[in-house]
Ligand binder design. Structure first.
Ligand SMILES: [Zn+2]
Length: 179
């Protein structure tokens, strides 16, 4: 068994950027050089995501403003999806729009009913430069849309309106990490 067979095993758990940190609210840069450095960042993202018990994590959530995310996420049929995407593009979103509970490691302990498409396709690259296409439905489609939003400087809170938005922002303001 190769040492690298478990994602994140060689990674370092990094500090999570929290809501309000400017790095979360600005678009990330495209990766221009593939290889070991990107692979190391992917490992750190996995290690950090698993330590925080998340299902997805974007690079700016550990303070790196580059376009990479990782995921280990079930869909509604309990099929596990595991991987990473460099320079992701959301090339398709369709199907019905569902409002479902959504949380984020950058707003720990909070969640809100957020509208997302039921089907999403992301295209991009692996750390070694190979092209990749990832298709998701249900909760995994939600995860893909959530992570691509992160890399554009967006959070699920930005997709909320009215009392849902006010409730989350109030709770974030009250949270120990929010001050
Ligand atoms: Zn998030």
């Amino acid at each position: 068994m190769r040492k690298t067979s478990i994602p994140g095993a060689g990674g370092r758990v990094r500090r999570l950027a929290l809501f309000g940190d400017p790095v979360l609210h600005a678009p990330c840069e495209e990766i221009t050089e593939f290889g070991p450095e990107v692979a190391r960042l992917v490992e750190d993202l996995f290690a950090t995501m698993y330590a925080a018990r998340g299902v997805g994590l974007a690079a700016n959530q550990v303070g790196e403003s580059v376009r990479v995310f990782v995921y280990d996420c079930p869909d509604d049929e309990d099929v596990r999806h595991l991987g990473h995407v460099v320079n992701p593009r959301l090339v398709e979103v369709d199907g019905i729009v569902l409002r479902g509970p959504e949380g984020c490691l950058s707003l720990p302990g909070l969640e809100a009913g957020t509208e997302r498409f039921d089907h999403a396709v992301v295209e991009g690259f692996l750390a070694d430069g190979r092209a990749v296409r990832v298709e998701g439905t249900g909760f995994f489609a939600r995860c893909l849309q959530h992570e691509v939003d992160h890399l554009s400087g967006g959070l699920y809170v930005d997709r909320l309106a009215g009392w849902r938005r006010r409730r989350v922002l109030r709770a974030a303001g009250r949270a120990a990490w929010g001050s």
